[in-house]
Design a protein around this ligand. Sequence first.
Ligand SMILES: NC(=O)c1ccc[n+]([C@@H]2O[C@H](COP(=O)([O-])OP(=O)(O)OC[C@H]3O[C@@H](n4cnc5c(N)ncnc54)[C@H](O)[C@@H]3O)[C@@H](O)[C@H]2O)c1
Length: 262
Amino acid sequence: MANQTLKNKKIIISAGASGIGLATVKVCLDRGATVFVSDINEKYINKLKKNSKINKKLFVFNCDASDEYQVNELFEKIKKKTSKIDCLINNVGIAGPTATIENISTDDWENTMRVNVFSHYYFTRLAIPMLKKNKGGSIINISSGAGIMGFPLRSPYAASKWAIVGMTKTLSMELGKFKIRVNALCPGTIKGDRMIRVAKDKAKLLRVSKKSIEKEFISMASMNCWIYESDIGKMCGFLISDDAARVSGQVIGVDGDAIRLH
Ligand SMILES: NC(=O)c1ccc[n+]([C@@H]2O[C@H](COP(=O)([O-])OP(=O)(O)OC[C@H]3O[C@@H](n4cnc5c(N)ncnc54)[C@H](O)[C@@H]3O)[C@@H](O)[C@H]2O)c1
């Protein structure tokens, strides 16, 4: 699946200034695409703006993906640069709290849903007319292993990621006739900043060492491995490319064969 060209493709990605999003932006740029990246973190945004392709093939915007008004404004800005797009990648998603459900506050629950689910709705409904104008394209929703399995101590996260799978399955059926493909990716345990944070929280809660939590994370895949951010970027590259022209409605694990989540 190496190196499908993304030449002339125009791609919008949420939360693309670090992590999985950034790895995906790099794959898209390397393969010739033009990428419109939004993120909430000014520090990451400024770092990305140093990329040599800035304002040529790379456009970066500050936008809280969970804020309807800001997402509307973002699309107004993007539409000044292009009326059509080939792909939307709904990547934004926060880990949410690590706790048993009776210890999760309404605020934490609501915030997880707002960032992980409402954001996808805000982006998707504005991207669809641009994809239709393009006479087809692709929507990639980043779900999680927690969108196909239970995930103890992470109930709002799991609920939000199952919601993304439901949206994917429904939208692929609604949009197939417009040649708009909709797929969900379920990353496994990524070796990156987020997992370091999650492992620390879980170790504290269970009063065990961070190392033992990390070992347990890796053993959740039959391949006994971490997943890398670039693995997700490369799978996005395939799904955007014409090689995936007839792949839609799929929920695809990039997880080293995840066999359990705890
Ligand atoms: N990291 C993992 O192990 C893992 C596993 C499975 C699924 N996922 C999913 O993959 C996606 C990306 O994960 P990640 O680990 O790269 O994330 P991350 O926590 O590293 O954050 C990536 C980016 O999201 C931005 N962001 C956070 N809230 C935002 C908001 N409201 N609006 C705009 N930008 C915002 C941050 O500034 C950051 O640049 C998420 O949907 C996540 O749930 C991650």
